[in-house]
Design a protein around this ligand. Structure first.
Ligand SMILES: NC(=O)C1=CN([C@@H]2O[C@H](COP(=O)(O)OP(=O)(O)OC[C@H]3O[C@@H](n4cnc5c(N)ncnc54)[C@H](O)[C@@H]3O)[C@@H](O)[C@H]2O)C=CC1
Ligand SMILES: O=P(O)(O)OC[C@H]1O[C@](O)(CO)[C@@H](O)[C@@H]1O
Length: 383
């Protein structure tokens, strides 16, 4: 069984590749990082270490890699794969779409490879596979699109495992937290699909993805932004500061109130979920830099992402948004020269002012009470 996975990075090797390999797939990684591709090709295996006291080690074998910049090679592998997954970053999906579209055209053009194919985007975003489908469909001709409607499935998914930036001599070795959860929308799968061991299939993904995105990812990015404003370089150090921790906790109470209302989660169970997430953030065996967790602040401030969406839902429900607004304000302080989105954000703030900049990226009106609340916190943080 062959799985083609786009993105041999931290989640690619440390989570999706590992699960697929355990489930019996020969995993082919497609990546544009030639160092990773070469090392995977040469060795055909890599190691995954758990961030726990025992430092449990697992070797992932039977893997190979292809050059993601070579459209023909990518397309050939798409044509042959039994499963396709991605972990490249939601903004990169449009760049992998041409290879997928070309491969589907070959696959569906031959007339004999009409096995259903699942393409699952494992990114931190709502509806990432659906977004990928739109990019791919935009590149297909009418006939292939009609065949793809019958034979190609793009189930959305939620992936949860903290994998920091790696600093090892071996470029393939990856350290990951012990916890993981990969949830896939069963309603978007082929009728008689073969489940992948290690994946949880659910009839309705929305509660899972929103609970994960608006707890793990909201809490994490607020820890990163507030931590950065307070001079901390890692999440672990930031949350050790009670002041930072209480803001993160406050934000998770705000998203929690929305989630409980929207999806009918049991309020006590949700508090346990929050406590578990906070524990994961401070795993003493991991070092997670605030620059990674806060990366791409424009994406994180966008209307459907982890700060604005839950804040607007809370506003509609008439519940608290103070800590979420603090997170937005601190995101606007994230001044990292290596992060192109942080650079753009800082330039826009300088040129247009904080109100106009926040309005531009969040799509909130400058007079929206949540935006005003964020601006007030931003000005407070100036002092
Ligand atoms: N690191 C984490 O803890 C988690 C990350 N995620 C999500 O997983 C995705 C990947 O994140 P990471 O693995 O942390 O990032 P990463 O930067 O470690 O990995 C991304 C990989 O994609 C490759 N890539 C870029 N353009 C490509 C292309 N055109 N074709 C093929 N490969 C390409 C990069 O070279 C890199 O190796 C993101 O959407 C992230 O939000 C989700 C859950 C946890
Ligand atoms: O990958 P993104 O969306 O930039 O955000 C980083 C997030 O990814 C994670 O590593 C896992 O979801 C979180 O730790 C963090 O919130």
């Amino acid at each position: 069984m062959k799985a083609l996975h786009f993105g041999a990075g931290n989640i690619g090797r440390g989570f999706i590749g590992l699960i697929l390999s355990r489930a019996g797939y020969n995993v082919v990684f497609s990546d544009v990082n030639q160092e990773l591709v070469k090392a995977l090709e040469q060795r055909g295996e890599y190691t995954v270490e758990l961030a726990n006291e025992a430092k449990d080690l697992e070797t992932v074998t039977g893997v190979s890699a292809i050059d993601g910049t070579n459209l023909d090679t990518v397309a050939q592998n798409v044509a042959e794969a039994e499963l396709i997954t991605t972990a490249v970053g939601v903004g990169i999906l449009k760049h992998i779409a041409p290879g997928i579209a070309k491969g589907l055209t070959t696959r569906l053009g031959t007339g004999d490879v009409f096995q259903p194919l699942h393409i699952i985007a494992c990114e931190n975003a709502i509806g990432a596979s659906t977004q990928l489908k739109e990019h791919v469909y935009g590149l297909l001709d009418e006939r292939t699109r009609l065949l793809a409607d019958q034979y190609v499935y793009f189930p959305d998914s939620a992936v949860d495992r903290i994998v920091p930036i790696q600093h090892h001599e071996d470029p393939l070795h990856v350290q990951v937290e012990p916890f993981y959860e990969w949830v896939v929308d069963r309603s978007q799968m082929a009728p008689a699909f073969k489940p992948v061991e290690g994946v949880m299939y659910v009839d309705d993904l929305e509660p899972y993805i929103e609970r994960k995105l608006f707890t793990v990812n909201t809490g994490h990015c607020i820890a990163a932004y507030i931590g950065y404003v307070n001079g901390y370089d890692t999440i672990q150090k930031a949350i050790a500061d009670e002041k930072v921790k209480s803001i993160v906790y406050g934000a998770l109470q705000e998203t929690g109130a929305v989630l409980v209302k929207r999806f009918g989660f049991n309020a006590d169970d949700h508090q346990l979920y929050i406590a578990k997430i906070l524990e994961r953030f401070v795993n003493p065996y991991l070092t997670d830099e605030v620059t990674r967790v806060g990366r791409s602040p424009l994406r994180k401030l966008s209307p459907n992402d982890r700060l604005v969406r839950p804040a607007l839902q809370a506003y509609e429900y008439g519940t608290e948004t103070t800590h979420l607004a603090m997170g937005m304000a601190a995101a606007c302080k994230f001044d990292i020269s290596e992060d192109p989105e942080a650079v753009e954000l800082q330039t826009t703030i300088q040129q247009k002012g904080i109100e106009a900049a926040l309005s531009q990226y969040t799509s909130m009106d400058e007079n929206h009470p949540v935006l005003k609340q964020a601006v007030a916190h931003y000005q407070q943080m100036q002092k």
